[in-house]
Design a protein around this ligand. Structure first.
Ligand code: 3HC
Length: 292
């Protein structure tokens, strides 16, 4: 029997302290939730804590956040390598771990055992529909995708995606959690590869890569056109660097595996950069070079 999720006293657990997980957790803490970030790596947690401190310092300096509110949010945020200790009090879990199905299945199975029966288990995955991990959790009706965008502290959209067995109560609670975090969620009724945003982003990127490969224009001019003619906040090459070229490649692989469409196949130029260790902003170089 499904247990109706509670909407009070929410205690949020984020699994995975990468760029997405850490900023999702900070967003929750800023919204007033007692929040824990779990990662197996202590170094990853320490790096996340330092990066979030820098971020909120900037928000305070630019007048976007009161210093007291920043301190209160940091006080609500915990970092832990011990999932057995931090899962039992969680009302809502957002999994933002590596995009590998075997890893995610194991996490959902563990969370199914460790979290209270009312807890909703959401995945931030953009490529794996939650139906792929739902059964492993032992409570499929309380599983859905809750997909945030990079940088998660800033981007307003959250895609909430239901699988065929997701309950209405789970959808309602996830949508209202996103709203209470200051986001504007959209509901996706059916799992499709890439949901909405990554399909749109992928279409633009595909065209940009084809224009570059065909020698039609330089990446700088393609980016300038996207920004100046279409008012995109970033050009497609800049955006690939922000998201991470390894992530772009992973998305293409997962999409291609699901659709089988040759047009969705991983891009050779992106793959070449990944092989050189040029992953975008996070590694200091990708399509462009960045000073850290
Ligand atoms: N982390 C957190 N905050 C950031 C940030 C980051 N990495 N980069 C910028 N910001 C903040 C800045 O601190 C600033 O905040 P402030 O107004 O409080 O000072 C605000 O964002 C605006 O930043 P800037 O003035 O420096 O620069 P821009 O106005 O160019 O904005 C941007 C930066 C918000 C990243 C903007 O360029 C943008 O919206 N780009 C498009 C991002 C996008 O499309 N994301 C979706 C990617 S797809 C995805 O994530 C899905 C996944 O599955 C792959």
């Amino acid at each position: 029997m499904e247990v109706r999720p509670t909407t009070t006293n929410n205690n949020i657990l984020v699994v995975g302290a990468g760029a997405m997980g850490s900023q999702i957790a900070m967003t929750a803490a800023l919204a007033g939730y007692a929040t824990t970030v779990h990662d197996l790596s202590r170094t990853q947690l320490d790096d996340a804590a330092a990066a979030l401190r820098k971020r909120t310092d900037k928000m305070v300096q630019s007048g976007k956040l009161a210093a007291d509110d920043a301190e209160a949010a940091h006080a609500r945020l915990q970092f832990s390598t011990d999932l057995e200790a931090v899962a039992p009090p969680a009302d809502f879990v957002i999994e933002a771990a590596t995009e590998r199905l075997d890893i995610k299945r194991e996490i959902f199975a563990t969370l199914g055992h460790l979290t209270p029966r009312h807890a909703i288990l959401a995945t931030n995955s953009s490529t794996l529909g939650s139906s792929k991990v739902a059964e492993a959790s032992g409570r499929p009706a309380q599983v859905c995708n809750m997909h945030f965008f990079n940088p998660a502290l800033v981007m307003e959209c959250v895609e909430v995606v239901q699988h065929p067995g997701t309950s209405q109560a789970t959808v309602d609670t996830t949508m209202s959690l996103a709203r209470s975090m200051g986001k504007s969620p959209v509901l996706i009724n059916r799992e499709v590869p890439g949901f909405i945003a990554n399909r749109l982003m992928g279409a633009v990127q595909k065209e940009a890569l084809a224009l570059l490969a065909g020698g039609v224009a330089s990446k700088d001019d393609i980016d300038a056109t996207a920004k100046q003619a279409l008012r995109h906040p970033m050009g497609p090459f800049e955006l690939m660097d922000l998201v991470g070229l390894d992530v772009i490649d992973d998305i293409a692989r997962a999409t291609h595996a699901q659709t089988g469409d040759p047009a969705d196949a991983p891009n050779e130029a992106v793959l070449a950069l990944v092989r050189e260790g040029k992953l975008g902003r996070k590694s200091g170089a990708g399509w462009y070079t960045y000073g850290h």
